[in-house]
Ligand binder design. Structure first.
Ligand code: NZQ
Ligand code: ZN
Length: 396
């Protein structure tokens, strides 16, 4: 195991109906002027918006609003948020939504104190050291883990770039995780969000660092939890326990717990970010399509042992031949996503081979996938994986 620092200062307020008694007091620790950030209107439909506005009015807060944050949040929206914060001398940002709303809020929070344009902050990528406004989140979709980490992913559609950035000031101060707020998440987003959680676990699980049993066994348990509870949430959207397990899994799958102590970079995320940058697809769907193809591509005599462990401990496959077990596990992964209703080929989400070469080039340019991935992938390898996503696949 490598050296690491694990420091996750987000104050998590998990469970039912905590906003009424806790939100005003939480916001008051930071100030009275609040920028309320939200997406395309789901919180207006399900009543959360009215609840928050009433609470803040009764608490004599000054409310400034930034609405319409896009899935795959755009840099233009971040810039609008920075202007609103400056014009209104905002004290605290309240992000209500999924990863897109929270990520947008994070870059607004640091953008206000910077002389740089917000896109230059994103281009600086990891380890942004500037200060930021405090961020409080109310999570409405279990997926990204943004509610409890330092990362933000922003899109610039003019340049076909979707890039991650991070910094300590982007970590939310407080996050409210009420599983009831995810009851209205549509089936397609529930499945995509669960695929994203699984991908965060898989990306760190398949890693070359030796002797990381704690991280790996925690990861296997989290994967089993998601695999169990996503189908329940799809069938019964208001099943509290299913929504609760998905929500908590989302936060701890990407807060460092299963990743710290390992080195190297991820594989499917850099490839997916190019699909979203060029075609604006749902992040979790892109990951579900790519993951089994990537697994099949990197399976070899050198990697088979980890795949056999994944087969046994995640999918309960009792095959003694490691290579057969590995292939069955890849098939199980594919079948699982498909059974959750996720389209499993690129043409089903409107992507053909026209931009494969360009996207492969960008995936390599924007990450260290070629040198530091579990199995290094050059442009030809990435393109081959995209190509495998054109048609349905079978591994056994
Ligand atoms: O915009 P609204 O109207 O709110 O609707 C959203 C949106 O259409 C809807 N939704 C969210 N909560 C809902 C709901 N609909 C009904 N009821 C609710 N309770 O779901 C749609 C998708 O929302 P979005 O926030 O885009 O989804 P997600 O949480 O999956 O976030 C995806 C973004 O996060 C990035 C992705 O790349 C993508 O841009 N990621 C962020 C990461 C991070 N910060 O650590 C890591 C991830 O790997 C990922 O890259
Ligand atoms: Zn992700």
């Amino acid at each position: 195991m490598d050296n690491f620092r694990f420091h996750v200062p987000t104050d998590i307020r998990f469970g039912k109906d905590r906003l009424e008694s806790e939100l005003p007091q939480v916001l008051d620790t930071f100030g009275k002027t609040v920028l309320l950030v939200y997406g395309g209107g789901s919180i207006k439909k399900n009543g959360l918006y009215d609840q928050i506005v009433t609470l803040l009015k009764n608490n004599q807060n000054t409310l400034v609003e930034l609405s319409g944050v896009e899935p795959n949040p755009r840099i233009e929206t971040v810039r609008r948020g920075v202007e609103l914060c400056r014009e209104n001398q905002v004290d605290v940002i309240l992000a209500v939504g999924g990863g897109s709303t929270i990520d947008c809020s994070k870059v607004i929070a640091v953008g206000i104190y910077s002389d740089q344009d917000a896109w230059d902050i994103v281009l600086g990528r990891q380890g942004y050291q500037g200060k930021g406004l405090p961020i409080v989140t109310i999570l409405t979709l279990a997926a990204t883990g943004s509610e409890m980490n330092a990362g933000a992913v922003i899109s610039n559609m003019a340049t076909n770039q979707k890039l991650g950035t991070s910094g300590p000031a982007m970590v939310p101060k407080v996050s409210f995780l009420d599983p009831q707020n995810t009851y209205t998440v549509p089936a397609s987003q529930t499945a995509a969000g669960s695929a994203d959680i699984l991908s965060h676990l898989i990306e760190s699980y398949f890693n070359v660092t030796e002797a990381t049993d704690v991280q790996d066994f925690v990861s296997e348990g989290l994967m089993r939890s998601v695999i169990k509870h996503c189908p329940v949430a799809l069938k019964e959207p208001e099943n509290y326990d299913a929504r609760a397990n998905l929500m908590w899994a989302s936060s701890i799958a990407l807060n460092g717990l299963t990743r710290d102590g390992k080195h190297g970079v991820w594989s499917c995320h850099p490839m997916e970010h190019e699909l979203s940058a060029f075609y604006d697809i749902t992040h979790g769907v892109g990951l579900a399509i790519l993951t089994p193809r990537w697994m099949a591509h990197v399976l070899s005599e050198q990697t088979v042992a980890k795949f056999a462990q994944y087969a046994k401990n995640v999918w309960g496959i009792n095959e003694t031949d490691s290579m057969k077990a590995a292939k069955q596990a890849i098939q199980a992964t594919y079948d699982y996503f498909q059974a959750c209703g996720i389209p499993m080929t690129l043409p089903e989400v409107g992507i053909d081979d026209e931009k494969f070469a360009e996207m492969a080039k960008q995936a390599v340019a924007h990450s260290m996938i070629k040198t530091a991935a579990f199995v290094p992938l050059d442009e030809a390898a990435v393109e081959a994986i995209y190509r495998d996503c054109l048609t349905e696949s079978s591994y056994v």
